[in-house]
Each structure stands twice: as C-alpha cells, then as structure tokens.
Design a protein around this ligand. Structure first.
Ligand code: UDP
Length: 323
C-alpha cells in the first residue's frame, strides 16, 4: 500500500513509519519538524517538509503522493499546554486536520487513520473505559480531537471516507531505532529517565491529593510498537470506527517512578507539586473492541518491558536526536 504519514518525524509516527516500511508498504512522511526530528524519519521513506498553514500545501502534498491511505499523527499533544494556549490546539489539531480530510476526499483516498486520544472522554464514570462512554473532555487538547472525530463521522457517511480513530492511552517505550524526544519534555516516563541518566536532579509529581490509592494520577501505558501494530490493522479497507488502545492496567505516577527505579537500578529523587491543570485522576482502557474486531494482540503489555525499551533508547540517545 502507498501510505501518507503526517507527523512521521514525531515519536509515534516515526515508529509506525518504520513498521509500515518493514511490512513492505511505501511511505511518504509529511512533517513540519516543529515537534518532529528529521533524523527520526526512516531513510527508506520519502520526506516532504510540511507547511500546513500555507494555502493548498496539504492538498498538493497528498495529490503528489497519491496514497491509498493516510495515517494522521501530526498534532500538538500536551494537555497542560492546551490549557494555556488553546488556539494552538484548535488550529493545528482541528483546522489542519480538516484540510487533510478534505484532501483525502478530493484525492479519493480509501482509508483515513486518525490518532485520537483518551482525553476525549474526560474523567470517566467507570474504568476500564469502553468506547461507548460519554465524551466530556476537560481540556482543549481532548476537545479538538473530539471535534475532529465528529468530522470523520460525517465525512464517512456523506463522502464515504472510511476511517479508524484510535483513542490512545499513554504511549511509551521505544523501538530499537526510534524513541521519545520532545524538545520540551513534559511526559512522565522520559522525564523520570532523564533523572536516571543524571540529566535532571529530580522528578516532579503533579498532584498527590487525587482520589486514588496513593493520591497520584493513574494512567494506562501502552508500548509504541503495539500502537504501530494496531495502525497496520487499521489500514484494512471497509471498516470505520473508534477503538481504544491501552493495556487495561492502571499505574499511578508513584508506581511508574518505582518501576523506573527498578529497571534502571537508580534512585529517582522526587518533589511533590500541585496538580497540573486538565489532568483527569484515572484513565484506564478497555481495548476489547480492538482485540475482537481488528485482531489486535499487544506484544509488550507489561509496564516493566515498556520502561525497559524506553531506558535502552535513552541510554543510547542521552541527548535525543541530533537535530
Ligand atoms: N506527571 C508528573 N510529573 C511529570 C510528568 C507527568 O507527575 O514530570 C504526571 C501527569 O500529571 C499525569 C501523568 O504523570 O498525571 C501522565 O502524564 P503525561 O504527561 O506523561 O501524559 P498525559 O496523561 O498527560 O497524556
């Protein structure tokens, strides 16, 4: 298949691109490199430097690549930042996504696979969370992703653009070549591993008064290669829908830090801080629907394996990507 991957220089997109190429697909990566890194693009892929805010740039790129399918990873993805700069989130994650969906329709693309998020649910009434729970986001990041989910529903009904929207829980871990390097790192596991590497003195814990057993937020961590496998399954034609991707296990911030201490064999000093705006206390997936309908089989469901692959990458890339 010929696949157009937006955000293919970013964390999740780089690993998916690698897996697509390993499976024999042809890939065009479209990325503006504001979050991504040129050296995170698999050299076997074609690369287009994106200017999504320029009129016609997305359509022109899609038209030139003539893809069978689009995987849309490109997005800003920081819950905290979305609470202070919502404009950035609605423009990039909604307006640019809409331009891409229009280009997909215009160019007759058969499948659109969208990176959605568990943040579209907001604090859930129950866990593990199934796809039919009400969606009541509590931050602009989740709201913008939900708005685009609704665009996809209408475009599939009216323009017959088949789509799969994966609602990711917390992506973590690394492949052998590609890992997590954000220019400003806010995510828990890479921040903790920076402390283990001696690059940071301590890790901050945002909120210790949540209604959870140890007072810190609970999340469901999923290995990046398992996310990539789900995307490959999502490429199959003829099915549209929403799927959660997680392991069904919730780990608190303190438990993640303990696991990082175990895997790295290093002590992680911590400092307790107030809550971070926009964080729901507990997000844990039920991915039964993806397992049942798509045949998804996670290969790395254990947090220890996830952290171990992240640690292996951080040790070999202590400064992340060179660019
Ligand atoms: N967190 C933390 N310290 C950090 C980074 C994150 O306590 O340095 C917490 C954060 O408040 C959230 C959880 O860890 O409760 C996971 O945050 P992350 O940013 O990794 O992912 P998110 O769930 O926001 O997508």
């Amino acid at each position: 298949m010929n696949v157009f991957v937006t955000g293919g220089a970013g964390y999740i997109g780089s690993v998916c691109t690698e897996e697509l190429l390993n499976a024999g697909h042809a890939v065009t990566v479209y990325d503006n490199l504001t979050e991504g890194h040129r050296s995170a693009v698999d050299p076997r892929a074609d690369f287009v430097l994106a200017k999504p805010e320029t009129e016609g740039d997305i359509l022109q790129a899609v038209r030139a690549a003539r893809p069978d399918a689009i995987l849309h990873f490109a997005a800003n993805a920081l819950v905290g930042e979305s609470m202070t700069n919502p404009k950035k989130y609605f423009h990039n994650n909604l307006v640019n996504a809409l331009k891409l969906a229009d280009a997909a329709v215009e160019c007759g693309v058969k499948k659109f696979v969208f990176s959605s998020t568990c943040a579209t649910y907001g604090p859930p009434d129950r866990v593990p969370m199934t796809e039919d729970l009400p969606q009541r986001p509590i931050n602009p990041y989740g709201e913008a992703k939900l708005m685009f989910e609704k665009v996809l529903i209408w475009y599939s009904q009216i323009y017959h653009l088949d789509f799969i929207a994966f609602r990711y829980f917390n992506a973590a871990g690394a492949s052998g070549h590609f890992g997590e390097h954000h220019r400003i790192e806010t995510h828990l596991i890479p921040n903790v591993l920076q402390v283990a590497l001696g690059r940071k003195s301590h890790c901050e814990i945002f909120g210790t008064d949540y209604p959870t057993p140890d007072g810190t937020c609970i999340r469901d961590y999923i290995h990046i290669k398992d996310l990539a496998q789900a995307h490959m399954l999502g490429l199959h034609p003829g099915r549209s829908g929403f799927y959660n991707l997680g392991n069904g296990d919730g780990y608190s911030v303190r438990e993640v830090i303990s696991m990082c201490e175990k895997v790295t064999g290093r002590k992680i000093p911590t400092v307790e801080k107030p809550r971070r705006a926009g964080d729901p206390p507990r997000l844990v997936a039920s991915a039964e629907k993806a397992i049942r309908e798509l045949g998804w089989k996670p290969q790395f469901p254990k947090l220890e394996e996830i952290v171990a692959t992240a640690w292996a990458w951080h040790k070999t890339h202590p400064d992340g990507y060179p660019d």
